[in-house]
Design a protein around this ligand. Structure first.
Ligand SMILES: Cc1cc2nc3c(=O)[nH]c(=O)nc-3n(C[C@H](O)[C@H](O)[C@H](O)COP(=O)(O)OP(=O)(O)OC[C@H]3O[C@@H](n4cnc5c(N)ncnc54)[C@H](O)[C@@H]3O)c2cc1C
Length: 418
């Protein structure tokens, strides 16, 4: 195994470190992609620093752990990769560092993991902080310098000198290899503000527009839905533009959010409606028979609860979406199995779990190096790929970070041979 946890609990990981004037490899961004890139470069014996703009490291990764850190998905490689929109460029990276390797990585950092009923893999601790602490300690044992409050300001050019703003003034660090891993453009307060895009634009690096991914959709609920805000709806089939998902989502004050919504992300962004099947376990013909058997004395709400097993929130949604309320069998079957929910568009991008867009693949070599700027590599969410939640995001961040870290080491050794 490539990793050990000997230095877990290292006392100095929270200490401010002072940068040296030069490193072999400088990594910007201390999220999962940047930390992985730094580790790989350091494992090649290189002198490495990671600089992050925030006062503490990997804030978005820590936030990801708040609701259970879904590290990866227990799935065979062929199915796993289908979840990305950039299958071909990511394939070599995910082939080398996919679900199995992510699990090994977490275990080597002292984290017991478990696989949930849907195949999602979590650390038993659920949160990210124990894994992160063990990882930072391991990086320090590899002599990686961890710099906080160091905001990279560019430039992207031919120089090996990289400029930073720090609370103590502007600072320059020299490094022949630079790995950019500054994340996407959501949750700016955690550091992932996408401000780097302007610096890359100045250097004419091709980028595609940031778009919210894994984001809730806005809905104009009537007052009748207010008592249901915050309630989860389980076992719903959702369809949009030929794509389907089945699972759970939550009714929020402003709309709908949750795994079953995020799974349709790309399609939903463009859609003004979504179709809901609130009873996917009953086929239409059987539901028809059940509804046709309703006795006149049964109130509709009671009947839907008892005979169709629709809970209070599902029933509220049937009434919300069927105005005026239908009473005939065909109409009720349609209201339950083919309900049309009008959408007002995605919630604000800063609330998105991740963003699509970023550095375009055409700007990068297969080694993740900028074609126009040898020695500068990109990794993680700042590269133009997207995937639903389910552990796909962190897995690809780790896989691209690992790839870029190794490629930077190869680049430097090839340069040294010249
Ligand atoms: C609420 C929430 C829950 C999530 N849950 C999951 C989950 O369970 N599973 C999953 O797979 N994914 C999840 N994600 C997504 C996951 O956290 C991100 O995809 C991942 O953190 C991206 O990693 P990254 O290393 O590319 O970038 P980031 O983690 O965004 O790190 C980028 C770093 O770069 C730094 N930076 C930016 N600009 C500069 C600059 N100019 N100079 C210096 N530093 C800079 C930032 O401060 C930041 O620390 C979740 C996200 C959120 C918000």
């Amino acid at each position: 195994m490539e990793y050990s946890v000997e230095n877990q609990g290292h006392p100095s990981i929270d200490k401010e470190q002072t940068p040296e004037p030069g490193y072999d490899v400088l990594v910007v961004g201390a999220g999962p992609a940047g930390l992985m890139a730094a580790e790989q470069a350091a494992l090649s014996g290189l002198k490495v620093a990671v600089a992050d703009a925030m006062p503490s490291l990997a804030r978005k990764f820590l936030m990801a752990g708040k609701s259970g850190l879904n590290l990866t998905k227990h799935e065979d490689a062929a199915n796993f990769i289908k979840n990305y929109d950039a299958v071909e460029p990511l394939r070599p990276m995910l082939n080398e560092f996919g679900p199995k390797e992510v699990i090994n990585f977490a275990q080597a950092l002292g984290q017991k993991v478990f696989t949930g009923s849907t195949g999602r893999v979590f650390p038993k601790a659920m949160k990210a902080s124990p894994l992160l602490r063990a990882w930072l300690a391991r990086l320090q044992s590899l002599n990686v310098t961890l710099l906080r409050r160091h905001r990279w300001v560019g430039p992207i050019g031919n120089s090996e000198v990289h400029k930073f703003q720090t609370p103590h003034g502007d600072f320059e660090i020299q490094a022949p290899a630079l790995i950019l891993a500054m994340g996407g453009a959501s949750w700016a307060r955690l550091g992932s503000d996408g401000a780097w895009a302007a610096t890359l634009t100045q250097a004419s690096i091709p980028q595609s527009k940031f778009l919210p991914a894994n984001i809730g959709m806005r809905v104009a609920w009537s007052k009748h839905m207010e008592p249901y805000f915050g309630n989860p709806l389980k076992n719903v089939r959702l369809s949009v533009a030929g794509a389907q998902s089945r699972g759970e989502f939550v009714i929020t004050k402003t709309g709908i959010e949750g795994g079953a919504i995020y799974a349709l992300g790309r399609m939903l962004r463009k859609s003004t409606t979504i179709k809901l099947d609130l009873a996917p376990q009953i086929n239409a013909a059987d539901l028809h028979k059940i509804i046709a058997s309703r006795k006149p004395k049964d109130s509709l709400s009671n009947f839907l609860r008892k005979s169709v097993k629709l809970g209070a929130t599902k029933r509220a949604l049937v009434f919300e979406l069927t105005q005026p309320m239908v009473r005939d069998t065909n109409g009720l079957v349609a209201a339950i199995k083919n309900a049309n929910l009008p959408l007002l568009g995605p919630c604000p991008m800063d609330e998105a779990i991740s963003t699509a867009g970023g550095v375009m693949w055409e700007a990068l070599t297969p080694e993740l190096m900028l074609k126009s700027h040898p020695g500068i590599f990109c990794a993680g969410e700042m590269v133009d790929w997207e995937a639903p939640t389910g552990g796909y995001l962190i897995t690809a961040c780790l896989a691209t970070g690992r790839w870029a870290g190794r490629a930077a080491a190869d680049y430097l050794s090839a340069k040294a041979r010249l």
